[in-house]
Write a protein that binds this ligand. Sequence first.
Ligand code: PAF
Length: 284
Amino acid sequence: MQLFHTLRELRAFLDGCAGNRIGFVPTMGNLHAGHCQLVSQAKNRTDIVVVSIFVNPLQFGANEDFGSYPRTLQADVEQLRAVGADVVFAPGVDEVYPDFNGQDLMQQVIVQPSSLADILCGASRPGHFAGVATVVTKLFHMVKPDLAVFGKKDYQQLMVIRSLVRQLNFGIEILGMDTMREPSGLAMSSRNGYLTAQQKNQAAQLYAQLQGMRTALQHGRRDYIALCQGSISVLKQQGWQVDYVEIRSQLDLSEPSEDETELVILAAAKLGSTRLIDNCEVNL
Ligand code: PAF
């Protein structure tokens, strides 16, 4: 397995792999079994798998956890070796953002995603998806993959990236993989590491609410607003600070009509200072 920190090294290697299908898994590191599953899926479908590890400053708000986000390159590299990745690309900020001094965003070329990015997490984290769209666009230009794999835990992110790829004519196949969960049902996430042992037990409550809502929808409930309000009240009673619990259309995250059959329940809520997101598709 190769580890590169510069674009020059990465391109020198990949240019020598002409004729191979390139699979790509972009990450911010601090890898867990969910990331490893994305790599395995990429391996099953392509010849050479590149994994990027880059904590992207542009997608964090001023009061968010960019500074404290866990950076565990050595352990990540070992996991990726074990799972059979071919290349790890771990660039520095200067490599990805050549003119960025960490302050002046006005000097940056920013990729502005479609209005999909303005709702749900985009409403509470202004600029977040523009940061994601910008870094993913840059990484796609650097790696030039045939296939890129993303987790469905970041459901809205996956939809923003699909629309980015379609509208910017990238010609890259995007594969979305189901969320890997702890035995408790808690979605695997690098941010779970911020939780205390007690909070980690409690965190499974979020997915339990989504599952309860899915069952209610499967039994014919269509009072979406009341269903969401019910879960929000329970979560608040359990000590969560709820950002949103919403039922949306899988197609475009719009508010669904009563006869819509492909729904997704999405939630974001904080336990202490840790913001967790989760979702659950419902196919009726
Ligand atoms: O999902 C993530 O880890 C990040 O948002 C991504 C896609 C690697 C972009 O920084």
